[in-house]
Design a protein around this ligand. Structure first.
Ligand SMILES: Cc1cc2nc3c(=O)[nH]c(=O)nc-3n(C[C@H](O)[C@H](O)[C@H](O)COP(=O)(O)OP(=O)(O)OC[C@H]3O[C@@H](n4cnc5c(N)ncnc54)[C@H](O)[C@@H]3O)c2cc1C
Length: 292
């Protein structure tokens, strides 16, 4: 498939990139890893007049903890998340999700910023960001602002980013002691998008009751979903409390709005969400207990 004609720019600074986007009034798109953008162009589902390639902008590829946050630069490749000992040890949900995304070729090119900014409800990182209470830094013509993950995913392929804003950093609060997280995904075949996926992040108090709970759902609605009622149902309960977990699983399934498609029926997908919430709580609990 041959994409429509477009102009191409490869700015070397954020300001230059924002200026280029701003100058086209919505008819320009950012190009990061290209793993979603290039297929859209080839299928002629997108036809921007200008592609602004941000890969030559320095300082957007990093992963570090500072000032209470894990900070992930938007040009960090998904493969770098999978190879991180820090994530494996302290950010299990992000680590799990990064290994569940597509295949090594896509993970080598696809970026964290692109996975989030694309606003695809089937992408894996948005649900993790919702479960972990992440924020996104975005730079536009009027400077930088911070957007909470729960305010970011507006509709399918639509986010809170303005047409001239570039997502620069994902900020995940450093989990307190006795925290653990997990991301579980069911896919129809290896390297596929999720039939359903669930991210769980918990912090336990001294009596092993949940003090903080985050639950995000992939592939079951127009956007990634934060299952707030399910989160609340687990507060003050032990993750091993089977009836509390079953209630949370039911509430999460109720918060979802999957559609029937080649990957399964609505009932099947809701059943998967129930199962993945229960298993996610169990895995997050194991990791919280061993300090992972
Ligand atoms: C075969 C295949 C299988 C896949 N399977 C999965 C999967 O299982 N799970 C999953 O999560 N993903 C999957 N993906 C999608 C993949 O993870 C993409 O890489 C990701 O969705 C987009 O990241 P990118 O860096 O390639 O962005 P691009 O394709 O370059 O851009 C995607 C969109 O985001 C915008 N954008 C990118 N970066 C920024 C930024 N910093 N600021 C503002 N806007 C930006 C672009 O303008 C564009 O609209 C798959 C892709 C392929 C090709």
């Amino acid at each position: 498939m041959i994409p429509p004609r477009f102009e191409y720019a490869a700015p070397k600074s954020l300001q230059e990139a924002v200026g280029l986007l701003n100058g086209r009034g919505g008819d320009a798109k950012v190009l990061a890893g290209g793993q979603s953008m290039i297929p859209l162009l080839k299928l002629r589902l997108a036809a921007p007049a200008l592609l602004v390639d941000i890969n030559r902008i320095p300082g957007l590829d990093y992963l570090r903890e500072s000032d209470g946050f894990l900070r992930i630069g938007s040009l960090t490749r998904v493969a770098a998340l999978g190879g991180s000992r820090l994530l494996q040890k302290k950010y299990g949900a992000i680590h799990d999700a990064s290994l569940a995304i597509a295949d090594p070729l896509v993970r080598n090119l696809g970026t964290v910023g692109g996975n989030i900014s694309h606003g695809d409800p089937s992408n894996d990182l948005p649900a993790v960001a919702l479960a972990m209470g992440a924020q996104f830094a975005a730079t536009g013509a009027s400077g930088e602002r911070s957007i909470r993950a729960e305010d970011f995913f507006v509709d399918t392929f639509a986010t809170a980013l303005a047409h001239d804003e570039i997502l620069t950093e994902v900020r995940v609060p450093v989990p307190p002691p006795r925290s653990g997280g997990a991301y579980l995904k069911v896919e129809q075949k290896v390297a596929d998008f999720a039939t359903a996926g669930v991210a769980v992040q918990i912090t336990m108090g001294r009596g092993s009751e949940c003090e903080r709970v985050g639950i995000g759902i992939t592939g079951a609605g127009p956007t990634a979903i934060k299952a707030k009622k399910a989160e609340e149902a687990m507060l003050g309960k032990k993750p091993t409390d089977a009836s509390a977990a079953a209630e949370a699983a039911e509430l999460a399934a109720g918060a979802s709005s999957p559609t029937s498609d080649i990957r399964g029926t609505v009932d099947y997908k809701r059943a998967l969400i129930r199962l993945l919430v229960t298993r996610g709580l169990a895995r997050a609990n194991e990791r919280a207990r061993r300090g992972a």
